[in-house]
Design a protein around this ligand. Structure first.
Ligand code: GDP
Ligand code: MG
Length: 441
């Protein structure tokens, strides 16, 4: 998301950075560009207006304009206001003191309730060792129950269902079942309609009144833009939701809904869905998202992803080896396996500061090349993997023959390995800086 916005804001900032002194007119010009960029990104009109007003007021202050680095100060103001707009500190599902924590999912049909109920349950299971239970309260289509069972099975999370009975009764029984069997979280997957209607709202209100969920999470589809924001407003008025799960962020290039929903409804985005796979969910961090929008990357999320997917012991060993300059092709091979687990490479590259997401659009990670790399490493002897400098021409030929590839490919890999060693060193120092930075700048 946010590609266009990031590009335009960066270009406005570039102009500011180009001046040694800033005048009020310079700031106003930049704000005009940012205002257009926000509107083009489909941010709500009033939200945009208020945002620009707040930034302009602060940024045209004489103290800022006459400071040593006025452009940096203006960027910081934009960053801080963006964080505020996105929800400030960030909000999460709170675990209830007496289990089970009951989370009711709500939203229109197709918004992503069923998939994201499962994703969320999976997130809590994996990261907090919770024991979640999914409850099938969408009873109007038998397929809906089956769908929940399928995703539940994929994550090894049990599903409570009573066929096409009364959703309120199913919710109650499901919670009783959780209590009896030691499940500490319950996710209620409810029905949705194509449009907001009274019958839907009444059903949700009834479930709410009967089971008193600790959290009501509204799932809205980011790709529907301002409609998503309007839907959120209506649902919140009827149900007093806890927060929003913004699904399909991966398919939304503009980002307007994500930027408007908090200001319009007063309710925060708690989680975002970032793809169809069941681990494509992230807690929403306003500060990190602001950083991504401003083209400054999101090193913290990148590092977290790495930590989740990397074997920690191995990672520590690898880091040690790297800083000692002892990183070998065997380690490289292991890393390749782990990188494969982290998901599409292009998603991750977008989180690295200074990497132009647009330049990467359409870039495909070449699985075939990855396979070649593995084959080449596998046809080396352990000694060669530990110390590639002993690989002379005849060894290269033998390796190439061994994996049925050309000697040029072996050369290429050895070169890439060298480059990778350099890059990992850079990443390591970036990680250090990110730790120091914490929030703002
Ligand atoms: P429900 O009707 O609200 O229960 O919606 P579903 O959970 O059945 O989701 C509808 C469709 O959206 C399914 O095809 C999901 O795979 C898809 N979907 C859900 N979340 C995401 C997401 O974050 N990204 C993408 N690309 N697709 C999603
Ligand atoms: Mg569903």
């Amino acid at each position: 998301a946010f590609e266009g916005l990031t590009e335009k804001i960066s270009s406005a900032f570039k102009k500011l950075r180009g001046q040694t002194r800033l005048t009020e007119a310079d700031v106003k010009d930049a704000m005009r560009e940012i205002r257009l960029a926000l509107l083009e990104a489909d941010v709500n009109f009033k939200v945009t207006k208020d945002f620009i007003k707040a930034v302009t007021e602060q940024a045209t202050d004489a103290e800022i304009l006459e400071s040593l680095s006025p452009a940096q100060q203006v960027i910081k103001i934009v960053n801080d206001e963006l964080i505020k707009l996105l929800g400030g500190k960030g909000a999460r599902i709170t675990i209830a003191p007496n289990p089970p924590t009951i989370v009711m999912m709500a939203g229109l049909q197709g918004s992503g309730k069923t998939t994201n109920a499962a994703k969320l349950a999976g997130l809590f299971k994996k990261q907090q060792q919770r024991r979640p239970l999914l409850v099938a309260c969408d009873v109007y289509r038998p397929a809906a129950i089956d769908q929940l069972k399928v995703v539940g099975r994929q994550l090894d999370i049990p599903v409570f269902e009573m066929g096409q009975g009364d959703p309120v009764e199913i919710a109650k029984q499901g919670i009783a079942h959780a209590r009896k069997n030691g499940y500490d979280m319950v996710f209620l997957d409810t029905a949705g309609r194509l449009h907001i209607d009274e019958a839907l709202m009444d059903e949700l209100k009834n479930i709410k009144a009967e089971v008193k969920p600790h959290e009501i999470l509204l799932v809205v589809d980011a790709m529907t833009g301002q409609d998503a924001v309007n839907v959120a407003k209506v649902f919140d008025e009827a149900l007093d939701i806890s927060g929003v799960l913004m699904s399909k962020m991966d398919g939304d290039a503009r980002g307007g809904a994500a930027l408007s929903v908090k200001a319009v409804t007063g309710k925060p985005i708690m989680y975002i869905g970032t793809g169809e796979k069941l681990d494509n969910i992230e807690p929403f961090h306003p500060d990190r998202m602001a950083s991504r929008i401003l083209g400054m990357g999101d090193v913290l999320t990148l590092i977290e992803k790495a930590q989740q997917n990397f074997d920690e012991k191995q990672a520590i060993q690898t880091a040690k080896k790297m800083s000692a300059g002892k990183f070998t092709l065997t380690d490289f091979y292991d890393q390749l396996q782990q990188i494969k687990n982290m998901g599409p490479l292009e998603d991750m590259l977008g989180m690295i500061p200074g990497v132009d997401a647009k330049a990467l659009a359409g870039a495909q990670v070449d699985n075939k090349a990855m396979g070649h790399t593995e084959a080449i490493i596998l046809s080396m002897t352990p000694k060669e993997r530990e110390n590639p400098s002993i690989i002379n021409y005849s060894r290269k030929k033998r390796i190439a023959n061994g994996c049925g590839l050309k000697i040029e490919e072996v050369n290429k890999l050895l070169k890439q390995f060298d480059a990778m060693q350099k890059m990992t060193k850079q990443l390591a120092s970036m990680q250090k800086r990110a730790k120091k930075r914490k929030g703002g700048f």
